[in-house]
Design a protein around this ligand. Structure first.
Ligand code: NDP
Length: 446
């Protein structure tokens, strides 16, 4: 880093207590150095200083009452990061680890991801340190309603359109939408990931996982001349992204041999039985070790990091940030892994990414490869605006096109700036250019 090093130093000074946010900013600014060289107008207009500072940060109290009648208090967040190319758009995460650093890193990444989709969506993210695990449906509903009572003051179909993320699926979106509708007295597409009976898009549930596989298919064929056909795949996570990545990888001819949740991982050398995983995680909301009830031959191990020691061709980290470190990356490379596609946001540490790039693996950063979810959310917004619903075929075809285009644009940007096949550089530059040009056009006080 040269010209942008000073800007990064300022961010470190201001946000020194936000490690995940600093990690995300550093990676992006390092990639953008050649852009700053080529387009001095971005430096002159302070685009880099502005893009690392959220337009608005909202932190709020979320009081609710548990089943025992006791008052509980959680903290809610919405970071409205950048609206240069469209209304703020990004998910809501409910997890005890949620803090301002994590929401800011996710919101920052979202700016570039949303830009890459080619759809008019700005970047934002929200969440709470509320832990949905072990809560009754009534408790989840009361929490979601309280969360929305405050959030509703800051969102709208043309202002900010939240969606799901870790801990926020169809059930939570439904409860939040119900409360928003009562408060605003309008039926508008203010959230995405809605149920199909009230404005949701068919294909949204599958979109991030399917999109990841579409992106990887294109990248692997064009960089290595290889595909999912006959490949062995390891996937971390057993949530929304992981389940549908597994489904599409299997459809494309791969054998997925391992998945995990936050307690441990399962290894099934015969290939994962996805129906069993769906039953355990989607229907019963239980732990992944229940898999052994269906397949006693499968192995279960406590803890998740061991999953990366399983020999595979393709690794798809789909659980959470910084889940795959330098040691895990070395083990994957040693075992012959030749492609890594991020379904989660920033699941690989900077050390791991460096190892993948040095060893010539196909490495797809999440902001490009997991953009299918938000892309489909963008399609949900379009359908809500025109009050029509497209078929699964139409949505899936658009998703595939978008993911292929994201790969091609990132790949072309990497090549143009002298980093052929480096999709980290390519995705950051391709995502940045549109937002930067919009900010430039809109002037400093926009
Ligand atoms: P879910 O809550 O549906 O699933 C998350 C899965 O990861 C669960 O199986 C969970 O285990 C597991 N997990 C969470 N933390 C850890 C951990 N520390 N170690 C191991 N496993 C863990 O979330 P999503 O599938 O929606 O999201 C997963 C990732 O994908 C996140 O990084 C998210 O930001 C990203 N993403 C999601 C999109 C979407 O459309 N949903 C879009 C783009 C990115 P357990 O069941 O025990 O909780």
């Amino acid at each position: 880093m040269n010209k942008l090093a000073k800007i990064y130093d300022q961010v470190v000074k201001r946000d020194s207590h936000e490690p995940e946010f600093l990690q995300a900013v550093r990676e992006v600014l390092e990639s953008l150095e050649p852009v700053a060289e080529k387009y001095p107008q971005f430096l002159e207009a302070g685009i880099f200083e502005r893009i690392v500072e959220p337009e608005r940060t909202i932190i709020f109290r979320v009081p609710w009452i548990n089943d025992k009648g006791e008052v509980q208090v959680n903290r809610g967040y919405r970071v409205q990061f950048n609206s240069a190319i469209g209304p703020y758009k990004g998910g809501i995460r409910f997890h005890p680890s949620v803090n301002l650093s994590i929401i800011k890193f996710l919101g920052f990444e979202q700016i570039f991801k949303n830009s890459l989709t080619g759809l008019p969506m700005g970047g934002g993210k929200g969440g709470s340190d509320f832990d949905p695990k072990g809560k009754s449906d009534g408790e989840i509903m009361r929490f979601c309603q309280s969360f929305m009572i405050e959030l509703s003051k800051h969102i709208g179909p043309d202002t900010d359109v939240p969606a799901g993320d870790i801990g926020v699926g169809a059930r939570e979106i439904g409860f939040m939408y119900g409360m928003y509708k009562r408060l605003a007295n309008e039926f508008t597409g203010v959230l995405t990931g809605k149920g199909l009976t009230y404005g949701g898009s068919i294909g949204r549930t599958q979109a991030t996982g399917y999109g990841l596989c579409y992106f990887m298919d294109e990248a692997m064929k064009s960089i290595k001349g290889r595909s999912f056909e006959g490949a062995t795949v390891v996937i971390s996570g057993a949530g929304n992204v992981a389940i549908y990545a597994c489904e599409k990888a299997q459809q494309l001819g791969a054998k997925v041999v391992a998945m995990c949740d936050s307690t441990g991982y399962i290894y099934d050398k015969n290939g994962i039985d996805l129906q069993a995983v769906k039953k355990i995680k989607e229907v019963e909301r239980k732990r992944i070790y229940e898999y052994q009830k269906y397949h006693p031959d499968a192995e279960y191990k406590d803890g998740c990091s061991g999953i990366w020691s399983i020999k595979c061709d393709i690794a798809l980290p789909c659980a959470t940030q910084n889940e795959l470190d330098g040691e895990a990356a070395k083990t994957l490379v040693k075992n012959g892994c030749w492609a890594v596609g991020e379904g989660a946001n920033m699941p690989c540490t900077p050390e791991a990414v460096e190892i993948f790039l040095k060893n010539g693996l196909v490495y797809a950063p999440g902001k490009a490869s997991n953009a299918g979810g938000v892309a489909c959310s963008g399609l949900e917004m379009s359908q809500n605006s025109i009050r029509l619903s497209w078929t699964l075929e139409e949505v899936d075809q658009r998703l595939r096109h978008i993911m292929t285009d994201i790969y091609r644009n990132a790949s072309a940007a990497a090549k143009e700036f002298g980093h052929e096949n480096n999709l980290v550089v390519g995705a950051n530059i391709a995502g940045f250019m549109k937002v930067a040009n919009a900010m430039l056009a809109q002037g400093v006080a926009y």
